[in-house]
Design a binder for this molecule. Structure first.
Ligand code: ZN
Length: 109
């Protein structure tokens, strides 16, 4: 049985397929995603023309779908930039001071 999720994806849930809670950018919420056979996805781009039927993970709320591979490698939040250690700050300051000293020397000379 083909189900239309949202208003764009015609999909057939895969029996025993992946079913996960996942963040949906379209719904802007965590929703249930179901592994589906997706039809009707004909794109102008040549890659998709050859894959009119494919396994994708579909948001059961809005029909947004993603590659299964993409779903397996869920977008991870970027690691926060590491704060400099006290030692590194000291080294950096020392560098700046050395540069300043060199500059002063050049200006005097
Ligand atoms: Zn959604």
């Amino acid at each position: 049985m083909w189900i239309i999720f949202g208003n764009r994806t015609r999909a057939k849930p895969v029996e025993g397929g992946l079913r996960v809670k996942r963040y949906c950018a379209e719904c802007e919420a965590a929703t249930t995603w179901q592994e589906c056979e997706v039809k009707d996805r004909v794109h102008v781009f040549f890659v998709d023309l050859f894959s009119m039927k494919q396994r994708r993970l579909v948001c059961t709320d809005c029909g947004e779908d993603v590659d299964l591979d993409e779903a397996r490698t869920a977008p991870k939040p970027k690691p926060a930039p590491r704060a400099l250690t006290a030692k590194e700050v000291k080294a950096k300051n020392a560098d700046i001071e050395a540069e300043l000293a060199a500059l002063k020397k050049r200006l005097k000379g």
